[in-house]
Design a protein around this ligand. Structure first.
Ligand code: FES
Length: 107
């Protein structure tokens, strides 16, 4: 199973096995990753799954939908060029090994 690494606000790194087709938000909330809230369940309306995608992986992700682009303007931690919503990052072979830093704060 592909892996994803979450770097939490305190610097802790957690590697998770994530099934193909599962969002990083769902994987994080199911495994108690600190700082990923996912209040809206992936409906792109809460921005509490904000992550910063580490180098080398942003280009492998599908382009963001207009809704994701819009809500990223309202994140608590402030948007950066590598900001994405973890609910919109769906595990696939092409992003196996992805590393994301959890935005802090989320709310
Ligand atoms: S879980 Fe709400 S925007 Fe991602």
């Amino acid at each position: 199973m592909p892996q994803a690494t979450f770097v939490c606000a305190d610097g802790t790194r957690r590697e998770l096995d994530v099934a193909i087709g599962t969002s990083l938000m769902r994987a994080a909330t199911d495994n108690g990753i600190d700082g990923i809230v996912g209040d809206c369940g992936g409906a792109m309306s809460c921005a509490t799954c904000h992550v910063f995608v580490e180098d080398g992986f942003s280009d492998r992700l599908p382009a963001m939908a207009p809704n994701e682009d819009q809500i990223l303007d309202y994140t608590a931690a402030g948007r950066q060029p590598n900001s994405r919503l973890a609910c919109q990052i769906v595990m696939s072979e092409s992003i196996a090994g992805i590393v994301v830093r959890v935005a802090d704060p989320q709310v």
